[in-house]
Design a protein around this ligand. Structure first.
Ligand code: MSP
Length: 500
């Protein structure tokens, strides 16, 4: 499997006006799965996640938290430190294998932003102008009349701020043609296809230059070229993908990992990642990321997740109740990657019982119980025992059909069950005395056949466990550990059934 190259994968950096919910965990778990898979392929993986800290949202949350509006810089920073630590700890508890965790209040980020800004400034892509329009702090986005419903943001349903101020603008429209050409030439740049079409129509019809500085905002990155204004949070946040890998500081590291292989994002932030971000990179003379994949959004039991509805799902709680792997399995299997989906505890429990307890768990228990009784040793490791499986498995994951790869694994689990039903190892194991019909010769032939059948099943299971590694790392490790012991042993059940 060794390929020797690198794989740089990122999640969005999350706002820290609250703790992580299941939607954030979804993006992070998918990135973790892909990072693990690429490590297994022998690639040097850089898996980046982190927190987006220079946002108005965070400051408003801090004000709520301290119950006052004139917070000192120190109070704000304390709040950000505490919140960011919660996010970091959540990913640790979920055993997310990120290489790095970037915070946009870190000096390494601020320095990189300044250097990047200078490049774009020198290129002549920043100019002064008047911004007059609306701003939704919820989206951290400028809005036009058509984005509003009865004067409110159509996404956050909250009033937008009307602002008129002198700002600096980035010449986004200068890159319109180049962006369109790049997207056309690189059909894999934006996935899935429906999102690509959405971006293309935005670039063609709606994209305007964007104001990239804000007046009268007290928290944010200040760059020397412009005084009295702070940088617009997206112009700062997107740069985390460069600052983490040493842009302007560690050229060797930067050259090694840039361009990113995959930016994983939710569909809500596709425009920023597929129009503004590549235009910024073009302006700075840097290569564009290889791929941006936008996944869909979750509802909870059919409803939008929101604090006021009281249905916000905490991933750590779910992982505590059902286990980390069952949560990963459910998220990755239930929702075709890229589409919207619904998170429901009833479905999670159904999947747990049918696929994990009855499917995988039961297979492992049965086969190892029989092996404990009838085999002296475990079969020696063989490279890729399953013949047609691996190629399809890799194609699915490389094509980001993650639920497809899981289906393939579960087909292999079913095949094992079919083999057991057909070969009836318990009959092969019956001795002459019990059955009173077998001849001695038959008994010996059955014994050899039984060993053959069990070895075949164990070899299949070992491949299944390997294939599960990036998806269900804890479970995979438990199964593979069974193969490390001297003798086959039944051991504990992997997924005890959930009772209603
Ligand atoms: N800070 C920006 C991103 C900057 S990246 C340079 C941001 N942050 S966010 O905290 O709002 O997180 C956005 C991401 O969280 C989404 O793009 C998506 O990946 C994930 N999700 C948030 N809610 C979600 C659902 N309900 N369902 C699925 N994913 C969700 O935007």
């Amino acid at each position: 499997m060794k390929t020797g190259d690198k794989y740089y994968i990122t999640t969005p950096i999350y706002y820290i006006n609250d703790k992580p919910h299941i939607g954030h965990a979804y993006t992070t778990i998918v990135a973790d799965m892909l990072a693990r898979y690429n490590r297994l392929k022998g690639r040097e993986v850089y898996f980046l996640t982190g927190t987006d800290e220079n946002s108005q949202k965070n400051i408003e949350a801090a004000e709520k938290y301290f119950k006052k509006s004139d917070l000192s810089k120190k109070e704000i920073q304390n709040y950000l430190d505490e919140m960011s630590a919660i996010w970091k700890k959540t990913w640790e508890e979920m055993k997310i294998s990120n290489t790095d965790f970037i915070r946009t209040t870190e000096p390494r980020h601020i320095e990189a932003v300044k250097k990047f800004f200078s490049r774009v400034w020198e290129k002549g892509d920043i100019y002064k102008g008047i911004y007059e329009g609306f701003y939704c702090a919820g989206c951290e986005e400028f809005k036009t009349e058509s984005d509003l419903i009865l004067g409110k943001c159509s996404i956050h349903k909250k009033p937008v701020k009307k602002i008129k101020e002198e700002n600096y603008f980035f010449r986004l429209t200068k890159y319109r043609e180049k962006l369109l050409k790049h997207i056309e030439k690189n059909p894999d740049f934006i996935m899935p296809e429906s999102r690509r079409n959405e971006v293309v129509s935005y670039i063609k019809e709606f994209m305007t230059d964007v104001s990239i500085t804000r007046e009268g905002v007290k928290w944010g990155i200040v760059v020397p070229e412009i005084d009295n204004q702070v940088l617009y949070v997206w112009f700062d946040a997107l740069l985390n993908y460069l600052s983490a890998i040493g842009f302007g500081d560690d050229e060797k590291k930067f050259k090694k990992y840039w361009p990113a292989d995959l930016h994983l994002v939710g569909k809500d932030i596709i425009k920023f990642h597929c129009a503004l971000w590549p235009a910024m990179l073009l302006s700075a003379g840097l290569a564009l990321p290889k791929k941006v994949f936008a996944h869909g959004f979750f509802t909870i039991d059919g409803e939008k997740m929101s604090k006021s509805l009281g249905n916000v799902v905490d991933p750590v709680e779910v992982a505590k109740k059902y286990g980390r792997d069952p949560l990963r399995y459910y998220l990755l299997r239930e929702i075709p990657f890229g589409e919207d989906g619904d998170f429901s505890f009833a479905r999670l429990e159904e999947r747990y019982n049918s696929d994990l307890a009855n499917g995988l768990g039961n297979l492992i228990s049965r086969v190892f119980a029989m092996a404990e009784k009838h085999l002296e040793t475990l079969p020696k490791k063989q490279e890729k025992y399953l013949k047609d499986f691996w190629k399809k498995y890799e194609e699915d994951i490389d094509g980001l059909r993650l639920h497809g790869a899981l289906s393939l694994i579960w087909e292999e689990i079913s095949k094992c069950d079919i083999i057991i039903d057909k070969e009836k190892p318990w009959e092969l194991a019956n001795s002459r005395k019990q059955e009173n019909k077998k001849t001695k010769k038959q008994e010996e032939a059955d014994k050899i056949k039984l060993q053959k059948v069990l070895n075949d099943l164990l070899n299949r299971i070992r491949d299944i466990a390997f294939a599960l590694q990036p998806f269900l790392p804890d479970t995979s490790e438990k199964i593979l550990n069974k193969f490390e012991s001297e003798k086959p042993a039944k051991g504990e059940s992997l997924f005890p059934r959930l009772e209603k």
